[in-house]
Design a protein. Structure first.
Length: 158
């Protein structure tokens, strides 16, 4: 294969990959890049206060009913895991320990989904046997749902 053919093949592969990302996914990646730049500029002592402000601002931007769910999730996480640091993660409210995201809320509107998601990353202590859930679809929050989320958040940070 000559160099021109190799170059054309690489370009074609890149073009196909670029079409795989939705506008919403591209926007989330750009938000993540902004978050990383912003965090690098901040001093280490301001992360918690700035993170709280950023999360509350993102929640305020959400349409209903995502906003109401995000507000309740935020309150539940803060009450059940006060040691977690609020921060944004790909433009979503998230809660971290030692700089690593433990749990996050993804609004339904974020990727034009039919439900919001509350999820946990691998740093969460939720292991239960060989298989366990790490994300939950939310269409509304009942008192039972809130109790379950509170218990999961406590377990995740235990």
């Amino acid at each position: 294969m000559n160099e021109t053919t190799k170059s054309a093949n690489r370009t074609a592969a890149r073009d196909e990959t670029a079409d795989d990302w939705t506008d919403e996914e591209r926007a989330a990646m750009k938000e993540r890049a902004r978050e990383l730049k912003s965090a690098a500029r901040r001093g280490p002592g301001t992360a918690a206060a700035d993170g709280e402000r950023d999360v509350l601002a993102k929640i305020a931007e959400m349409p209903e009913p995502d906003r109401a769910m995000a507000e309740r999730i935020h309150a539940l996480v803060r009450a059940n895991a006060p040691d977690l640091t609020p921060r944004t993660w790909y433009g979503m409210p998230a809660y971290a320990r030692d700089g690593k995201v433990v749990c996050f809320f993804q609004a339904a509107a974020k990727f034009k989904a039919r439900y919001a998601t509350f999820g946990f990353n691998d740093t969460a202590n939720l292991d239960e046997g060989a298989m366990w859930p790490t994300a939950f679809a939310l269409t509304e929050l009942t008192a039972a749902d809130e109790a379950r989320i509170g218990a999961l958040v406590k377990k995740a940070v235990s």
